[in-house]
Design a binder for this molecule. Structure first.
Ligand SMILES: NC(=O)c1ccc[n+]([C@@H]2O[C@H](COP(=O)([O-])OP(=O)(O)OC[C@H]3O[C@@H](n4cnc5c(N)ncnc54)[C@H](OP(=O)(O)O)[C@@H]3O)[C@@H](O)[C@H]2O)c1
Length: 258
């Protein structure tokens, strides 16, 4: 599958990893990218910066009505969504991150789960509904690709950030379920378990001690770059990976090895 005629929806593409993926798909792969933010002016700004085919929408993954409205709008304009990247993630909240699991209030847990896990579930449901709308499943397998962004603590566990680990673990289950139930529709699904990738939310908000501690954990002795994630995602979404589905791909500079 060439990515040139593909319509790609990337949640949380106003900055960081989502932004780099949007830029890569639009500028290098020639895809049509739906750029999303909870604030339409941010999505539009990004859409203007990127030198390629883009469409800016206001999307909040915690709001099912908003999701349904956006999907209808995209389908009216472009007819189909071929690739969904569930990238939107709850902002890094230092206070919550360092709080002990047993001390975190239930509603604080739910805030993160509502974005990172439920947000991916909501968008996947809405997009799959249109991906499986095919006259004859066996003769005309249009299908699609869903890529869910998780994190290495979902595999290794961690001593901080329990709501994040738990939400990101659920995402791995979501991927496996989609792969199993919808493989018959030629829908493939993957999880990316990311290590430390330098974005404003991580590298640029940390002190030097934490930055170098994260770097030293890796085999490659450095942080990952958002562009490196964009390249991997573009391969996963292409036909290069046509006989692989449901898997978790770890991108962490060689920290967790399985
Ligand atoms: N950077 C890392 O080291 C790292 C490591 C492991 C996993 N990850 C995961 O990778 C993804 C991207 O990380 P990042 O570092 O690029 O984060 P980031 O810079 O904080 O970007 C997060 C994105 O999510 C969007 N977002 C937040 N809440 C949302 C909501 N309710 N509905 C829709 N969009 C929402 C934000 O958009 P608006 O604010 O414009 O709405 C923003 O574009 C996240 O899922 C994160 O957990 C990152």
């Amino acid at each position: 599958m060439s990515l040139e005629n593909q319509n790609i929806l990337i949640s949380g593409s106003s900055r960081g990893i989502g932004y780099e993926m949007a830029k890569y798909f639009a500028e290098i792969c020639g895809s049509m990218v739906i750029v999303c933010s909870r604030h339409i002016e941010n999505a539009k700004k990004v859409s203007e910066i990127i030198n390629g085919k883009t469409y800016a929408i206001e999307l909040d993954v915690t709001n099912t009505n908003n999701i349904n409205y956006c999907i209808d709008d995209i389908l009216k304009k472009f007819g189909k969504i071929d690739i969904l990247i569930n990238n939107a993630g709850y902002r890094f909240d230092k206070e919550l991150w360092y709080k002990k699991f047993h001390e975190i209030e239930e509603d604080r847990f739910m805030e993160i789960i509502n974005v990172d896990l439920m947000g991916s579930i909501r968008l996947s449901k809405a997009v799959i509904t249109q991906m499986i709308k095919c006259e004859n499943v066996n003769k005309n397998k249009r299908g699609g690709v869903i890529i869910n962004i998780s994190s290495t603590p979902a595999l290794s566990g961690h001593f901080e950030g329990s709501p994040y680990t738990i939400a990101k673990s659920g995402v791995i289950g979501l991927t496996k379920h989609i792969a199993r139930e919808y493989g018959i529709y030629n829908i493939r699904a993957y999880t990316l378990a990311l290590g430390n990738i330098s974005t404003d939310a991580t590298y640029y908000s940390m002190d030097d001690k934490h930055k170098s501690r994260a770097q030293e954990e890796t085999s490659l002795k450095r942080w990952g770059k958002p562009e490196e994630i964009a390249k991997i995602v573009s391969h996963l979404a292409s036909d290069d990976f046509s006989y692989s589905t449901g898997n978790t791909i770890i991108i962490d500079g060689g920290t967790i090895m399985i």
